[in-house]
Design a protein around this ligand. Sequence first.
Ligand code: SAJ
Length: 401
Amino acid sequence: MKACFMGLGYIGLPTAIIAAKHGIQIIGVDINPNVVEMTNQGKLHIVEPGMQELLQEVVSDGRLKASTVPEVSDAYFMVVPTPFKGNHEPDISYVESATRAIIPFLKEGDLYVIESTSPVGTTDKMTNLIFNLRPDLRDKIFIAYCPERVLPGNVIYELVHNDRVIGGVNEVSTEKAVEFYSQFVQGTLHRTNCKTAEMCKLTENSSRDVQIAFANELSLICDKAGINVWELINLANKHPRVNILQPGCGVGGHCIAVDPYFITADFPIESQIIAKAREINNYKAFWCAEKVENIMLKFELEHQRKPTIAMMGLAFKPDIDDLREAPAKYITTKVMQSCNNADILVVEPNVKEHKVFKLTDYKEAYEKADIIVFLVAHSVFKSLPYDDKKIILDFCGIYKK
Ligand code: SAJ
């Protein structure tokens, strides 16, 4: 069995590695020659615990090879990004170009699977594209959609143990895809059709976005009412049927802050809560930045000097080094722009250096600053002593009990 993975990013590469580890011959394709070169040298270009050793193993025994172009295989997987355009319309051009790239290699009996998060109807669109260019393959290949669900940082475990939803364009396609994934997935493989599978992925991430928006909305209400939101949520969650998530400085990353737009773009009238949740979570980051700016002005008025501020954390969530779509990065940038000359110390303990921000050690920043702004609940921040002489803005619950 030979499988071709189109896209060697945060999901494509780990999936290709795990599949190779389970005895499948893999050709991993990426348009970035650096990624291809590094992968062929057994060097992981992403950060994921335990993955480096696995990559080295499957590359050195020849089970995984990377290339900038596809090769004839038995199964093809589209694992490329689906960002959104300026107007929040989904951009499926990477899925389309990856599909176009493998069309010449397709032969009777092959399996074609989209894993990329995609708007509803994408699998049908790609099916039409394939059959328009290769009418000889109509009813002779198997086509399915199978989204991933892994949490960065826990990918090796989740790729194998999570349940998966698999939706074919017809039942035989679903079965063929189930047969493929059962080679390395121990979780249950749930069969459905491709539209439901596409919508299921969008639903999972939108559901989390809506729940976080609820927590963020509570945090705004509590700030006005003078109530500790962390204590409030903890108490409300003692109810057997209530389970509120945690507020933060906004929602980041490349999934939850993006995928709901794939629903709102296609169903603008119906998706009221989903759209509002996106607005609330975006607004929370803006609100945090305004809060910092106001505290800085107040400090300056009271002390007749500009404060030193520590912006604690840049990543999109705790204990990772991934800064993509990070609200903490947005807030830090906005604060820096609004008060030039102020002494702003930027902290991100999981990143060594950054192109834009000069990074300061977290202990040093905490000691030097008058105002401490906790943006990300990194574990190391929790060991800092509480200094009541400093002004502390805790947007992520560092000091929650
Ligand atoms: N966040 C909060 N409060 C919370 C939980 C999260 O503010 O209580 C924030 C985080 O700080 C972060 C953002 O939400 O900024 C997203 O973090 P996350 O841990 O909720 O999710 P991701 O983006 O790392 O991964 C999600 C997961 N989806 C769900 O939990 C439904 C993962 O399983 C998916 O595979 C992934 O999206 C994806 O690739 O779609």
